[in-house]
Design a protein around this ligand. Structure first.
Ligand code: ADP
Length: 233
């Protein structure tokens, strides 16, 4: 059994009269510690996949297993525990709390779970020790994204789910963020899933899942993922 099994997942959103089939029997598998890129055009269903994996959206039918647990069956406190302890989220626009310093934002992650990592060590890992007492407004986009990654990573999650993490960054800063995500998957053996519509990113992944029109179009394995420095974009 794979570490993550996403099996025949269908998701239908019903908004009034209209029903939108965001996922149509989507299936893929992911192994522990893999760096996975999910690619596809806007509206393909990528975020829906990530949100279902992260326990912040429900599926209509199918099954999602993470580390042996059927997460689509989790309810109440067990679901809260899964979201708090097993999943770290990184968003396109960072979603930092503006009136808390970088360090305090990372502390938020630290405080909501049982076995967190050290806050200052994690800030060091993302290269922001000198900026930890700054508020987000004093940090560049790339620095804010590194704080957001530290806030997710300090939880020591099983899954790091990143929705367009470089979407708002220039290519040089985007590459620094990707380098950090690649090193987290390699060194910490955290399973990292990155959503993007930027094809140039795909060579760094162990696995590339292409989603189109709510279905998995292909799953490609890169035997030798490229280093970020060798990427052209
Ligand atoms: P992607 O991340 O690939 O751009 P999404 O997963 O965000 O795609 O969306 C897939 C489809 O589901 C789109 O047609 C979108 O409009 C629809 N959708 C997503 N979330 C909702 C929602 N909460 N209510 C209604 N429709 C939604």
């Amino acid at each position: 059994m794979a570490y993550i099994e996403f099996k025949n997942v269908c998701k239908e959103y019903n908004t009034g009269e209209v029903s939108i089939k965001a996922l149509k029997k989507a299936s893929f598998e992911i192994e522990k510690g893999e760096l996975v890129v999910i690619i596809g055009p806007s509206g393909a269903g990528k975020t829906t996949c990530l949100n279902i994996l992260g326990g912040i959206d429900t599926l209509t039918s199918g099954e999602v297993i993470v580390d042996g647990v059927k997460i689509n069956k989790l309810k109440g406190r067990k679901l809260v525990k899964y979201r708090r302890e097993d999943v770290g989220f990184v968003f396109q626009f960072y979603n930092l709390v503006q009136n808390l310093t970088a360090r305090e934002n990372v502390e938020l992650g630290y405080e909501i779970c049982k076995n967190p990592l050290d806050v200052d060590q994690t800030i060091k890992k993302v290269g922001l020790t000198k900026r930890k007492d700054n508020f987000p407004s004093a940090l560049s986009g790339g620095e804010q994204q590194r704080v957001a990654i530290a806030r997710a990573v300090v939880k020591n999650p099983k899954l790091l789910l990143c929705d367009e993490p470089t979407g708002a960054l220039d290519s040089k800063t985007g590459k620094q963020v990707l380098k950090l995500l690649q090193s987290i998957s390699k060194k910490e053996k955290t399973t990292v899933i990155i959503i993007t519509h930027n094809n140039a990113i795909t060579p760094i992944a162990n696995k590339v899942i292409t989603i189109k029109n709510g279905s998995v179009e292909s799953v490609k394995i890169n035997k030798k993922p490229k280093n970020i420095g060798d990427l052209e974009w």
